[in-house]
Write a protein that binds this ligand. Structure first.
Ligand SMILES: [Fe+2]
Ligand SMILES: [Fe+2]
Length: 419
């Protein structure tokens, strides 16, 4: 099974343990043996990418979790939804209204993807963000669709209860039907299509621009054709409402907001935070999930939805190399759905990242079973804060930013989307 290493550490002859993808297409397939040309091209095109390669020694010694199916399902869903989103956005950009054919085509793909995900349930939700700036909305919409449906499939009973409570009806016939969640998740930012240029704007927005951005949920709801159901429209309008009532446009609390909107809220925040774009650096999965769970923003999210989300987002990929306080490296061998920051690991690499002799391997063990083992960094990011996580949620201090990071500060545009 694989270890994850950055592109610049790849060597000729290494065997890929999973597909290398860019946006929604496969560049190099799983099982491919890397040539010098492949490595040169990867260094040029995807220098920041983490790649999974097979480590024959580790493979014999430890059983790794296998999440290749989760990767494939995610890619399939996001690729299909991305292409529908592009068509819808193109119609909106042209100034036309969506016609019945557009809507029928869109709904057909959405239904297919709902069925596909129900037939192929995933244990962890993986979204590899490409950082392709021009297609930010397209990629983001596909990610939010995928994450929202994975959450929705996980809490179907809760959804049924909440929908019945929200409607004040005794029973809603289709309370478990996720079509409206799926449609709303895909179209949630449709009101941003006319404002796309703002994603390219560095620095501050003017007060008029801020007002326009804040109006995008309402604008999006208005852009939806009449045929789209009222729940979808409501979710599009409410996707920036916060659980504690601090969101926009209406400042509704969680109790006043439909469960589907609360699901999209969580999926949207995570997708926006982990997206890399020209003027915004990405937060790592670790940082984004940590801030959502333990930061001040946690009051923005429905606690039940957040709890479920925590179980399906695994911030450390299988095979991730985590730097320990000793200088040695551990490799993540299995996810830990109950405690995502404490995966099962095996200490297998020395201070230089070279394989240790087998007799010096330690583990595998779950990180929370060993008080003496502290993780200090992952992919060159200081993540020592995860060692402070206790059952009582700790306060989340803002990350210290280097001068270089400050130069690539989050744009104001994104402060409105995330948290
Ligand atoms: Fe939005
Ligand atoms: Fe969004």
């Amino acid at each position: 099974m694989p270890i994850s290493i950055p592109v610049h550490q790849l060597e000729q002859g290494m065997c890929l343990a999973s597909n290398i993808t860019n946006r929604f297409s496969v560049l190099l397939p799983h099982g491919h043996i890397l040539s010098a040309g492949d490595i040169e091209s990867l260094n040029r095109r995807l220098p920041a990418k983490m790649v999974q390669v097979i480590d024959p020694l580790l493979d014999q010694l430890v059983e790794f979790g296998d999440n290749s199916q989760d990767h494939n399902v995610s890619l399939e869903v996001r690729r299909n939804i991305s292409s529908v989103t592009q068509k819808v956005s193109n119609v909106i950009r042209s100034g036309a209204a969506l016609n019945p054919d557009n809507i029928a085509g869109m709904q057909k793909t959405i239904e297919e993807m709902i069925r596909f995900l129900q037939k192929n349930p995933v244990t962890s939700a993986i979204i590899d963000q490409s950082g392709d700036w021009n297609d930010y909305l397209q990629e983001h919409s596909a990610n939010v669709f995928y994450l929202s449906l994975v959450i929705g499939n996980t809490i179907r009973n809760f959804i049924k209860r909440e929908r019945e409570r929200f409607s004040a009806a005794r029973k809603i016939r289709d309370a478990m039907n996720l079509s409206q969640l799926a449609t709303a998740a895909m179209l949630h930012d449709i009101g941003m299509v006319p404002l796309e240029r703002m994603y390219n704007k560095p620095g501050s927005l003017t007060s008029e621009e801020i007002e326009l951005v804040k109006a995008h949920p309402q604008k999006g709801a208005e852009l939806l054709p009449d045929k789209i159901g009222p729940m979808t429209r409501l979710v599009v309008r409410c996707h920036h409402e916060n659980h504690n009532g601090s969101g926009y446009p209406q400042g509704l609390t969680g109790d006043q907001t439909a469960i589907f909107a609360r699901i999209v809220r969580v999926a949207d925040a995570y997708s926006a935070a982990t997206a890399r774009t020209t003027y915004k650096k990405a937060k790592s999965s670790v940082r984004a999930l940590y801030e959502m769970l333990y930061g001040d923003y946690k009051q923005f999210y429905d606690p039940m939805v957040l709890k479920v989300f925590t179980g399906i987002i695994q911030p450390f990929p299988i095979g991730a190399r985590l730097k320990l306080q000793t200088g040695r490296f551990a490799v993540a061998t299995k996810h830990n759905p109950k405690k995502p920051f404490a995966p099962e690991v095996l200490i297998a690499f020395d201070e230089q990242g070279e394989s240790l002799p087998e007799e010096e391997f330690e583990g595998p063990f779950f990180l929370d079973e060993r008080d003496d083992i502290k993780v200090v960094s992952f992919e060159d990011e200081d993540i020592s804060y995860i060692n402070e996580i206790t059952e009582e949620d700790p306060a989340c201090e803002p990350a210290e930013e280097s001068a270089e990071e400050q130069a690539l500060a989050y744009s104001e545009m994104f402060d409105l989307a995330f948290p």
